[in-house]
Every structure is written in C-alpha cells, then in structure tokens.
Design a protein around this ligand. Structure first.
Ligand SMILES: Cc1cc2nc3c(=O)[nH]c(=O)nc-3n(C[C@H](O)[C@H](O)[C@H](O)COP(=O)(O)OP(=O)(O)OC[C@H]3O[C@@H](n4cnc5c(N)ncnc54)[C@H](O)[C@@H]3O)c2cc1C
Length: 286
C-alpha cells in the first residue's frame, strides 16, 4: 500500500473582508484533510501582527490544530515574550519561530533590546513555555548567508536552542533538498526536516517573490509554464503535476511530512494532497 504522508498548511491573515471570506472557503476544503497543523504567518508590521493574533484566536476557538508564527523583527524581547505568553495561555503548543525581515528591505538589524536572530528567539521561547518549536531552513541558502556551510551551522544553532522541526523554504529543485538534508545530517541536524511545497497558483508572482527570498526558478519550470499566461486552467494542472511529482520523489527519499504554502487558496493544495492519498475525513455515522 502506498505510504500516505503527514501534511500541514500555511495560511496568512487576510487584509480585507473578501480575503476573510476566501480564507473561510479555503479552510472548509482543507480542514477535513486533518492536517497535523495549520500555520498562521506573522505580519511584518503592527497591523499585520494584530491580524495574526485575531486569526489565531478565531481558529483556536474553532478547535483547529495550529502553529502560530512569531518573528522578532522590530520588537523588544519583552514584547515577543508577552505575545508568547498570550499564545501559551490560549493553549497554543506549536510556534514557528522566525527572525523576520526589515520592513521595506535592507540589511538585517535587530531591535536594540530584541532577539538577535531566530536561534536567540527559540531560546527565549523555551524559557516561556515548553512549546513545540519549528524553524525555517533553506535548501538554497538564505540570501544573508555568507556561505552554504554557515547557513547549516545557523540551522544547527536553532536546533541546539530548542527547535524540534525545520520547515524549508519552497525549493523546486528536489535534488537541492536532498543535498541539503544530507549536509544538515552531516552537521548534526537531527530534527525532522519538513519540505515546504509551493503549488504554483500564479507563476509570474512566484518568479517575482522568489527573486526576493532567494529561491531559484529552474529553466525546466519556466519551460513548463511558458505561453500559459492567461490560461489559468492549464497552469493549475501543470502546477499540480509539478508538486505531486516533487512529493513522490521526496517520499521515495524518506520524507514523511509536507508543509503546503496554500496562498489561502485551497484547490491546488487539496488536489495535490488527494494525489498523495490524503483524503477528507468521512462524516461520522449517526
Ligand atoms: C517556513 C517559513 C515560514 C516563514 N514565515 C514567516 C512569517 O510568518 N513572517 C515573516 O515575516 N517571515 C516569515 N518567513 C521569512 C523569514 O522571516 C525570512 O526568511 C528571514 O529573512 C529569515 O528568518 P530566519 O528565521 O530563517 O532567520 P535566521 O535563522 O535568524 O537567519 C537567517 C539567515 O541569516 C544567516 N545568519 C543569521 N545569523 C547568522 C550567524 N550568526 N552566522 C551565520 N549566518 C547567520 C543564515 O544564513 C540564516 O539562514 C518564513 C520563512 C520560512 C522558510
């Protein structure tokens, strides 16, 4: 029998009432797949952070399994710890601990009284509560990394500080994920590495975003989407098959959990999960 992987989904707090409605539809379709958790991203500014807090509260009240993202950019250690205590008191057990980026771009600058980087944040969160902490990992090194080896050392530092899982940035070159996994293991990283999978909802936007976050867009992927601008239906079929193929290869290489970047749109992630054998829970018999 084919092995069915564990899955989780990343969603973000919408900015408009239409976005709220779209997220409700997304959750209606994805929640029955019984993800290990839904992770809620943390905004880069004050209003974005309030939206995260409100969404985490709402979904937590609805009984959904959550992982709340938390960044340390632009905040003091006390402010970050206060929010972690709020999550703790709400019963949130999982946190995705991230450094964040300086709003508007530019080199990383920690707050004068803030956590210096994600590893320090993880250590601080562990002092607040025994959270189950996930951190970010980068199969194609992070743009701030002086060398690929330094990037892996930084990941090991996050593990040493108390992280239990690493979720990767999306990476279309599956071979790069495999090499990264092997280099991380050789450097003593023993925590589970969960590949982040991006089913491509909009290829042009994916290309633009990838430039900013350091993820590569391979030529073979460009060729797959070439000429499909304006053809949403075919693009979606191509995107689903690319993601399914990547997951199948990763399963054959021993990966057992995938984290889907849903972009608050269910259909592609839902279709890919179905192809991996993840089916919705059947309603309980009366
Ligand atoms: C799964 C995932 C979820 C995310 N969710 C969010 C979110 O909700 N909100 C948000 O704003 N952003 C989010 N991000 C983006 C993230 O904040 C950025 O990628 C940020 O630039 C780095 O965050 P980090 O936690 O990886 O930082 P860190 O691990 O602190 O460092 C980032 C990189 O800097 C380099 N570095 C740092 N310190 C050292 C050191 N001492 N020595 C050598 N190299 C060092 C390393 O290359 C390292 O990989 C997410 C990213 C991922 C992959």
């Amino acid at each position: 029998m084919a092995l069915v992987p564990r899955i989780s989904f990343e969603i973000f707090p919408p900015k408009t009432p239409q976005g709220d409605a779209a997220l409700d539809v997304t959750l209606e379709q994805l929640a029955p797949l019984r993800p290990a958790f839904l992770s809620v991203t943390y905004g880069a500014d004050g209003s974005g952070q309030e939206r995260t807090v409100r969404l985490v509260e709402r979904l937590n009240d609805a009984g959904l399994p959550l992982a709340a993202h938390l960044t340390c950019v632009g905040a003091t250690r006390d402010e970050v710890d206060d929010l972690a205590r709020i999550w703790r008191d709400m019963g949130i057990k999982r946190i995705v601990a991230l450094r964040g980026d300086v709003p508007g771009g530019g080199p990383w600058r920690p707050h004068a009284d803030g956590y210096s980087r994600a590893a320090a944040l993880v250590a601080g969160l562990c002092r607040v509560a025994p959270f189950d902490i996930a951190v970010a990992a980068y199969p194609e090194p992070h743009p701030d990394s002086p060398t690929p080896a330094a990037d892996i050392e930084n990941l090991k530092a996050k593990q040493d500080a108390g992280a239990a899982t690493a979720i990767t940035q999306y990476c279309f070159e599956t071979e790069a994920i495999l090499r990264f996994r092997d280099r991380a293991a050789a450097a003593g990283v023993t925590m589970e590495i969960v590949p982040g999978i991006l089913p491509i909802v909009d290829f042009a936007r994916t290309v633009a975003f990838s430039r900013r976050c350091g993820a590569g867009i391979p030529d073979w992927l460009c060729a797959q989407f070439e000429g499909l601008e304006g053809d949403a239906e075919t693009s979606a079929m191509v995107a689903a098959s690319v993601a399914v193929e990547q997951c199948h290869t990763l399963i054959s290489e021993g990966f057992r959990h995938f984290h889907f970047y849903t972009m608050n749109k269910a259909p592609l992630s839902y279709a890919v999960c179905r192809r991996l054998g993840v089916h919705p829970a059947l309603p309980e018999a009366a």
